[in-house]
Every structure is written in structure tokens, then in C-alpha cells.
Design a protein around this ligand. Structure first.
Ligand code: NAP
Length: 302
């Protein structure tokens, strides 16, 4: 039987609706509107598209969007000076510096310069550390999106499941594994040195693939009925669509997985849309934290 499709677009839309309600509530009852500052350095075409979507969706949720577009040759010191200015600006609740940064800028130094309270990307060591400790903090957006989708597919019954996370990056694999441990999964992390990786994957009730290798996970790597969250976004040639055409595929061979899994995220339309939605909900959370307010119900209960 074909797996159930986990619709990330619909889930993200629901989350954004929760954010929109929360923003309206904050404005009406507390007299402020959260603001998200997005900083883009250079002309990377993909980054420009991402920043455009972030700005648009921020405004659609009723929040203020503050945009800073800096030239490619901006120095690290000037970028950090801007971040510090945003740290001190009471109109700014969240700061997102779009990655990747130009090669002459040290990304770690920039991330470290962001006020952890405004670090809506959840990348600052204070927030990453809070996740390790199981304490409240701002959680990285894509990992948060993965877990929300898994919870939806599994009706919130994650406790006790065997979860395998393929990939151990700081951005995706590691935070996903920590979030799943917090959900009481038994988590195995697999990576490029893992032996018998197919077998390890086959032990998973919940498999999260974040390796950046097109269609690496084949159907026979998947336990029948498992929930599969495919984080990969890989552009590959698609001669069937015409000469020079390409398409997006995940890290999982979708057609094969569809025959075996219980539920699966498509690519595109799975984890991708959740990332910006989680960024917006993190911004509302940051705005509440900065004012020592509990997170208001619409987002807390999404
Ligand atoms: P990354 O930093 O390149 O990390 C890849 C991880 O996969 C590493 O831990 C690596 O292991 C492991 N790996 C690579 N080849 C492997 C193999 N043959 N067998 C087993 N493990 C292997 O990538 P990332 O930033 O985590 O991103 C992963 C994928 O998610 C990419 O396709 C990216 O485009 C996508 N992504 C999507 C979103 C979204 O919004 N949907 C957001 C972020 C990333 P080692 O540590 O041993 O080298």
C-alpha cells in the first residue's frame, strides 16, 4: 500500500495562521508588533529568493520586516557592527543573517555576535546548548519543522520509537537527534563512516534523512510502515523534462519509499515549507521572551 503523504505545505500554512493570530493578539492586547530583521550580504541568487520569501511571509503574518541588503565586499567588522546595532534596537525582536556568507567573512564570528534572545535561527551556541540541556531556547528552524511533521504523521506518538537520523550536521542532523531524544525516541545517528548503514536505517520506526545525496535511501533501506522525513533538497538533471532541464529530489528515493513506508514527506512540499514557518513562530516566541511574557496560546498550541 502506498505511504501516506505528509503535506508540509498545509502544515506550514496552519503554523503561519497560528503566528498571524498570535501577532494580532499581541498587537491588540499588548500594543506591540514583533519585528524580524533579515540581513543579506552579496548577490547569491538562491539567497535572494529565500530572503524575498522570508520578507513576504513575515509581512503576511502581520509582523514588521526590517531588511538590510549589503554589498558582497562588506567587511566582517561592518557586518558585526550592523548585528550589534540590531541587537540594541528595541524595534527588532529577531535577527536572521542569511547563509552562506561571502568567503571572506567568518560565519562563526557573525553567529556569535547575535544576541541569543534574538537568534531566531537557533544557531548561537547558547541556544544550541539549551537544546543539549533540554532547556527552553530558540530551536533551529528546519529541525523543528522535521519534528512537527513527524508528530503530525505519528499522531504525537513518538515516545519509545527507534529513530535513525542520517547526517550529523550542526544545522540539521544534530539538532534533529536532540529534539527526538527530548520526545523520548531512542535515537541512532548515522553518517558517512557508519557501517551497515542500510541495516541501521531498516531498524528505524522514524527515519530522518539529511545527507545531501540525491535519492541515497532506497526502498529496501526502509522498515515497512516507517515514517520517513526527507530533508534533502538536491537539484539533478531531468532530461525527461527537456534538454538542460533539472528537478528537485530528496535524499530518499521517493517512488521506492512510497511502496514501503507508512508515511513520507515529498520533495518539494515537505520539510522545505516548514523552515520559514518555524522562523516566523520563533520570531513571535523571541518577542514574547524579550518582554518576559509567556508564549501566547495560538503559537504555543499549534
Ligand atoms: P551537510 O552539512 O553537508 O551534512 C551532511 C551530513 O550527511 C554529514 O553529517 C555527512 O556525514 C552525512 N553524509 C554525507 N554523505 C553520506 C553518505 N554517503 N552516507 C552517510 N552519511 C553521509 O548537509 P546539511 O546542511 O545537513 O543538509 C543536508 C540536506 O538537507 C541537503 O540536501 C540540504 O540541501 C538539505 N537542507 C534542507 C533544508 C530545508 O529547509 N528543507 C534546510 C537545510 C538543509 P559526515 O559528518 O560523516 O561527513
Amino acid at each position: 500500500m502506498a505511504a501516506q503523504l505528509i503535506d508540509g505545505k498545509a502544515r506550514a500554512e496552519r503554523l503561519r495562521a497560528g503566528v498571524k493570530d498570535s501577532v494580532a493578539g499581541l498587537k491588540e492586547r499588548h500594543g506591540f508588533v514583533p519585528g524580524l530583521a533579515v540581513v543579506l550580504v552579496g548577490e547569491d541568487p538562491a539567497s535572494k529568493v529565500y530572503v524575498g520569501s522570508k520578507v513576504k511571509q513575515t509581512e503576511e503574518c502581520g509582523m514588521r520586516s526590517i531588511e538590510h541588503r549589503l554589498p558582497e565586499e562588506t567587511s566582517e567588522a561592518d557586518l558585526i557592527a550592523l548585528v550589534q546595532q540590531l541587537n540594541n534596537d528595541p524595534e527588532v525582536d529577531g535577527i536572521l543573517v542569511q547563509m552562506p556568507l561571502p568567503k571572506h567573512i567568518n560565519t562563526d564570528n557573525v553567529v556569535l555576535s547575535i544576541d541569543p534572545m534574538k537568534d531566531v535561527d537557533g544557531l548561537h551556541p547558547v541556544n544550541a546548548g539549551s537544546l543539549v540541556l533540554g532547556k527552553p531556547g530558540l530551536v533551529a528552524c528546519t529541525p523543528q519543522g522535521c519534528v512537527l511533521l513527524a508528530k503530525q504523521a505519528l499522531s504525537n506518538k513518538l515516545s519509545g520509537l527507534n529513530a535513525v537520523v542520517l547526517g550529523r550536521s550542526i544545522l540539521v542532523g544534530k539538532p534533529v537527534s536532540l529534539l527526538l531524544q527530548n520526545e523520548n525516541c531512542t535515537v541512532t545517528m548515522a553518517h558517512s563512516r557508519t557501517q551497515n548503514i542500510e541495516e541501521v536505517c531498516r531498524s528505524a520506526d522514524l527515519l530522518v534523512a539529511a545527507v545531501g545525496r540525491p535519492e541515497m535511501v532506497r526502498g529496501d533501506w526502509i522498515k515497512p510502515g516507517a515514517c520517513v522525513i526527507d530533508v534533502g533538497i538536491n537539484r539533478v538533471p531531468a532530461p525527461e523534462k527537456g534538454e538542460g532541464k533539472s528537478k528537485l529530489v530528496g535524499d530518499v528515493h521517493f517512488e521506492e519509499a512510497l511502496e514501503v513506508a507508512g508515511s513520507i514527506t515529498p520533495v518539494p512540499g515537505g520539510v522545505g515549507p516548514m523552515t520559514i514557518a518555524c522562523l516566523l513562530s520563533n520570531t513571535v516566541q523571541a518577542a514574547c521572551n524579550l518582554r518576559s511574557m509567556p508564549l501566547i496560546a495560538a503559537v504555543a498550541g499549534y
